[in-house]
Design a protein around this ligand. Structure first.
Ligand code: IMP
Length: 440
């Protein structure tokens, strides 16, 4: 079998698919884990024994002391939050000395957060439902070419120069449009000084680091955040995040070419959740949706908001497979379905009087899509101790087989609980050579 040395892991729904656990599990064998988009809007929960880690910027690979962890150029980084996250990890005995930051990543500043909140307030009932972390305004400034790049963290004179240049305009927007008091330059410089001291030494050319590792035949994981349906181009615009969340962004977001990122694992829950506003065809507002939320503990890692819950949507999954070029699936939280009498799986939509099996191009149509379900008998067995496909009850195997067939991509990994050990690697999967180390 071909040895897979570079693997992109992306969310194939609306985020929160359990990527953190999958990445933490696979990073046991990874020499390097790189994030390539997004910022601290991401919230990866990783459970290690009795410890629960909630990570926002830092790649989930940080829990493995040998793994290099990079924040790539496609990211937006809040230096104040990153320092807090590193302090928290260090306090709990996790070494963060393997973390590096791309000089080309952009900084999320306090005024970006203020703008994010003010924008949402102004949109009122048309709001996006953002995480309020300043992600959109930071990416907007990057594109408008008035952002501050992470390279400035290593050069206090440059940081001060850039902030002096950009702050007056930010303050004008905040004051004149949103009635916000704005920010004082001297206060901001003082606020950021400790972060510059702490993060400056970590800033480097991360693209070159990855290229060197790949050339040496090392194993590299690319950690996606959010999910396919939150992609700025391909997601349910405007109810999306501000970055490209699909696998191709792993190349541009770290400084590689597409041939370097041709193995893509799409992570999907065995059902669907979404936070924030926007259409969600398989949302279940009845008791079944509440059951999924309670059993799956579906509350946001970053905002604590209750997640909207519903059934697995194969139309979404097929679309995610296309826009990401998925070469394998990781199905998470299968254990949460135990005890459901009937399990539904959407195989198509009825949209404006027509049956369709593809994801509509615009959200105007999506809002008119009724899911067409295939129903499967549930199972009562507790799956949390299953360690191989054969350990799963027949009803669960039948559901997975139907899911795999209708999506058209093979299942590589199944997660049956939050712990690393609660993971099944399917025989012959593309990640077989990534997986044995942590199945304690
Ligand atoms: P933003 O990324 O904070 O601008 O939020 C834009 C949309 O993406 C909102 O619907 C958020 O709830 C959603 N979002 C952003 N990050 C995540 C995530 O990590 N998981 C799930 N949803 C997210």
């Amino acid at each position: 079998m071909e040895t897979v040395n570079s693997l992109v892991i992306v969310g194939a729904q609306w985020g929160d698919e359990g990527k953190g656990k999958v990445i933490d599990f696979l990073s046991a064998k990874a020499d390097l884990v790189a994030r390539f988009q997004g910022g601290d809007n991401a919230g990866h929960t990783v459970v290690y024994g009795a410890n629960i880690f909630k990570l926002h910027h830092v790649p989930s690979g940080i829990l493995n002391p040998k793994t290099l962890c990079l924040l790539g150029n496609g990211m937006v980084i809040n230096p104040l939050v990153l320092v807090r996250e590193m302090d928290e990890l260090e306090k709990r005995g996790i070494d963060t000395s393997n973390l590096r930051i791309s000089a080309k990543a952009h900084l999320i500043m306090t005024y970006h957060q203020a703008l994010d909140e003010a924008n949402e307030l102004m949109l009122a009932d048309k709001k996006i439902g953002t995480t309020g972390r300043g992600i959109g305004p930071a990416y907007a400034d990057k594109v408008l070419r008035r952002g501050i790049r992470a390279g400035a963290l290593a050069d206090p004179a440059l940081f001060s120069e850039r902030l002096t240049e950009v702050l007056p305009l930010q303050n004008r927007i905040l004051k004149d449009i949103f009635g916000h008091p704005g920010f004082d330059l001297a206060e901001l410089l003082a606020l950021y000084r400790p972060a510059l001291e702490r993060l400056g030494p970590l800033v480097t050319d991360t693209g070159r680091m990855i290229a060197e590792q790949m050339a040496a035949g090392k194993k590299v994981l690319f950690e996606g955040a959010q999910g396919a349906l939150l992609d700025i181009d391909h997601g349910t615009y405007p109810f999306v995040t501000s970055s490209s969340t699909v696998a191709a962004a792993a190349a541009s977001g770290t400084g590689l070419g597409p041939a370097n990122v041709n193995r893509v694992l799409g992570v999907l829950k065995a059902y669907t959740t979404r936070v924030g506003e926007g259409p969600f065809p398989t949302e279940d507002l009845s008791e079944a949706g509440d059951q999924l939320r309670e059993r799956g503990n579906e509350f946001g890692t970053t905002t604590g908001r209750p997640r909207r819950c519903g059934w697995f949507d194969a139309v979404v999954a097929r679309y995610a497979a296309r826009i990401n070029g998925l070469t394998g699936l990781a199905v998470t939280k299968l254990d949460v379905l135990s005890g459901m009498e009937v399990i539904n799986l959407a195989v198509g939509y009825r949209c404006r009087g027509k049956d369709i099996d593809y994801f509509p191009e615009g959200i105007q149509d999506l809002s008119h899509c009724e899911p067409q379900y295939e129903s499967f008998p549930g199972w009562d067995e507790d799956l949390s101790r299953a360690r191989s496909y054969e350990d799963l009850p027949e009803a669960a195997q039948n559901f997975l087989k139907a899911l795999e067939d209708t999506v058209g991509v093979r299942i590589d990994l199944i997660s049956v609980g939050p712990d690393r050990s609660q993971t099944i690697i399917c025989k012959g999967s593309q990640i077989e050579n990534w997986s044995d180390a942590r199945q304690e």
